[in-house]
Design a binder for this molecule. Structure first.
Ligand code: NAI
Ligand code: MG
Length: 374
């Protein structure tokens, strides 16, 4: 039996609706497998701005720091009338958490559910067996200079020699590459033992270093095979033969683009979970932040219509990567698949012959499957 402390930050829009289903799944796991999870709920986003003056207060941040993991809903969508250029914005909550906790590895598993093959833009026979995990570098690379100008990593529009020019810097240290590549090999060791490292080594120096580091880390993992793939080739193969991939590790920008491409294999943005892992270790793995890939979806908020699968699968990732509870994580994933195989759908995936249910009911069905497990 495990004990763990989890901070739940539901946030804005559909965030509270989908987080509530993830919490229900965690409570069901706690009961079914005899663990003790202490859950603290905190304000982030619009409610935090209204009540505390910032998107995440120091007190809430400290609660997160004392936890084994953070379960996050979504933040966003300040009403246009309240928007002030210099005022606090809901997204600042996420930026602060990412930055101060040093989350450097962003995991996005993409496993199209067989029951949803028809909802994908690819032919069912292409999707058969597709089950991959992206490990995207999250803390460095081309995006790094975006929010502040770091000496030696310029990201700016400037005047030079009477002309206007713009510069961004793609800079990686060996350490930054190595720590994310190690996460990828560790994950592959627990899966089909195959790492695809994606780069652009035919033109970028940072990719040449990236390959060297990958080869060196690979030497420590004799049980895991690895290959290098150019990013343009990878973009093609993801939609041609997605089943060939197991774990894909890549730098920040490439990962941003490739994960959006791959996400479409699953049929809806509401299906996708994510994990952001940092350097701090927990008893069962790494401290991390877990959230669905989608945003606050203000267009469907408050209608009991949001797909809770991304949030519930994020709770499964939390069990796996921060608490070290692999069997429980797999149980949640299987419960979600069972509900879909039984023909239940949330409105974003409604299909002929299926039973359309709301967010709450879909969450209840998942709990029911978890409770019924042998
Ligand atoms: P979004 O992901 O909120 O919505 C895009 C579209 O997908 C909408 O049509 C929405 O109804 C649909 N959708 C999203 N989640 C769904 C779910 N669970 N079930 C069914 N349909 C779903 O992205 P959008 O509209 O660009 O952004 C809305 C707000 O969310 C913005 O303020 C944005 O900044 C914020 N945002 C926050 C993120 C986060 O908290 N990590 C990530 C992305 C956006
Ligand atoms: Mg993106």
């Amino acid at each position: 039996m495990s004990e763990a402390t989890i901070t739940v930050l539901p946030g804005d829009g559909v965030g509270p609706e989908v987080s509530a289903q993830a919490v229900k799944a965690l409570r069901a796991v706690e009961k079914r497998y005899g663990h003790t999870f202490t859950l603290h709920e905190g304000l982030v986003g619009l409610d935090a701005i209204a009540a505390e003056g910032s998107a995440i207060s120091d007190a809430t941040f400290e609660t997160c720091a004392q936890s084994d993991a953070i379960l996050f809903g979504a933040v966003g969508a300040l009403p246009a009338a309240e928007h002030r250029a210099d005022g606090p914005r809901p997204e600042q909550a996420l930026f602060r958490l990412r930055k101060e906790f040093g989350f450097f590895a962003n995991l996005r598993p993409v496993r199209p559910a067989e029951a949803l093959y028809e909802a994908s833009s690819l032919k069912p026979e292409c999707l058969k067996g597709a089950d991959m995990v992206f490990v995207r570098e999250l803390s460095a690379g081309l995006y790094y200079g975006h929010m502040e100008t770091v000496p030696g990593k310029p990201s700016e529009i400037r005047q030079r020699g009477g002309r206007t020019e713009a510069v961004d810097t793609l800079l990686y240290t060996e350490e930054e590459i190595e720590r994310v590549v190690r996460v990828a090999f560790d994950i592959a060791a627990g899966r089909r033992a195959r790492v695809t490292s994606v780069d652009k080594a035919n033109v970028l120096s940072s990719s040449v270093l990236w390959r060297q580091v990958v080869d060196r880390v690979a030497a420590d993992h004799p049980g895991v095979t690895h290959e290098h793939m150019l990013v343009d080739a990878c973009a093609m193969r993801l939609i041609r033969t997605p089943a060939e991939f197991d774990v894909i590790v890549t730098e920040n920008l490439f990962g941003d683009i490739l994960t959006d491409e791959a996400s479409m294999l699953t049929g809806s943005i509401g299906m996708l979970p994510s994990a952001s892992l940092g350097v701090r270790r927990t008893a069962g793995g790494r401290f991390g932040l877990y959230e669905p890939v989608h945003g606050s979806a203000p267009d469907i908020a408050g209608q009991d219509a949001a797909n809770p699968v991304g949030a519930v699968l994020s709770a499964a990732l939390l069990l796996r990567h921060s608490l070290g509870l692999e069997r429980e994580a797999a149980a949640v994933e299987e419960a979600v698949e069972d509900v879909m195989r039984d023909g239940y759908r949330v409105p974003d995936l409604h299909d002929e012959g299926c039973t359309v249910v709301g967010t709450e009911e879909f969450g209840r069905l998942i709990v029911h499957r978890l409770e019924a497990r042998p």
